[in-house]
Write a protein that binds this ligand. Sequence first.
Ligand code: NAD
Length: 479
Amino acid sequence: MLTKLFINGNWEDALSGKTFPTINPATTEVIAHIAEGGAEDVDRAVQAARAALDGPWGKMNAAERAKIIWKMGERIMARADELAKLETMDNGKTITESSRIDVPYSADLYFYYAGAATKLEGHTIPVNGPYFCYTLREPLGVVGLIVPWNFPLLLASRKVAAALAAGNTVILKPAAQTPLTAIALAEIGMEAGLPPGVLNVVPGHGATAGAALVKHPGVDGVALTGGTATGQQLMRDASNTVKKLHLELGGKSPNIVFADADLEAAAKMALMGIFYNKGEVCTAGSRLLVEKSIYDNFIEKVIERAKKMQPGDPMDPKARLGPLVSAAQLENVKKYVALGEQEGARLLVGGRQPEAAPVKGYFFQPTIFDQVQPDSTIAQEEIFGPVLATLTFQDGDELLKIANGTMYGLAAAIWTKDIKKAHRLAKEIKAGTVWINTYNNYDAAMPYGGYKMSGFGVESGMAAFEFYSQSKSVWVDLS
Ligand code: NAD
């Protein structure tokens, strides 16, 4: 298994000689020891990326770049089984999710951005005076891409594919918990024909490798998917070099069920909204807001389904809920469950580790609270685990107040058959994505980003080029 840093097309040890273990959360065993990138390794990667930008990659036209990016998608699909297993082993998500979602959706991003690479255009602009004016869309330059552990390959690919399409060179820093598929991605880039230095992968910790990328004067921009506190730290660290940032941060998304909804569908998707990927999803529907008149009937449906959804060995194709990613994340989830009980919420289902897990690991039962106060900790803070906070509402005003009443604004869902009500509310909710009668849909073509403290900037779709490219205005005197 590849475990080294990938810098300038070569597999390298860290200059410090340090390594860190990556752990299988289903067994708690060490999978591999990974070279631990530090500031000096980031510096080497930045130099390689700059040379590639000034050299072969910068000189390539968009159509040539597009062919390589397309091939990366093909290579991902050719290695789909291996990548899905790596992802499940490293993160704990079920093999069904890795193979049906993470891997093919990652490949799709390369297919989409291969096409997009040749569609980046400037404009001609009429101005006052005898001038011919036009804009050029140019790459941002050398970009640092910092990703979390919940969708390691998919979230890396969202950034890498768009960055390459716009002509940038990249230093990718995966999360220390889940570096394996990012390392495989370096190999895939090489197989597809990326010149050395275009995609460098430097696994390591946030406070060292990550911070070094953000502070490095040779890095033109950094895109982060991570927690809100990390985003705040990045803004401070990036200020010295006035670095362009793109931040995809946390969420506490309301999943709103009206009395006139298709309740079977809403119940099924309420579970998917919170328990998909063990709740380690930035857009998790972690606040279920149910209209009071149907609450008892609806919550019964949700509870019944949740009880059937016990954690199991994620490598088993029948498993629906894997272990949490790490011991630290398990502790975090336990802390919030205890807080929920202390604050007076009622525990309806779960709340602890399963007594008879099939394997030793960081498993946690699907957990549902109700009688949750809108301003309580478990209704306000992101838990990032399989814990659902259920609240009720009586009318539209109360609903909006609760739905918009957190610091986050990443996503929301609305379940109703009243199409006017759905569209009205979609407009009033302060979130970057609103799903109507569905949940957790993504597409390479569809812009995705947060409002409020869920971040700024958009990824996926052509909108991602706002970050990955810059506009140059050119004036020509015609007098
Ligand atoms: P995290 O913020 O701890 O880490 C994310 C990445 O940032 C990791 O690679 C980490 O090493 C790096 N990092 C940490 N501190 C850093 C620093 N000071 N400088 C530079 N890099 C640093 O988050 P996590 O625990 O890995 O992931 C969970 C968080 O990510 C949750 O809050 C979740 O909501 C968020 N997330 C958001 C989205 C989204 O699209 N908005 C998607 C997935 C996850």
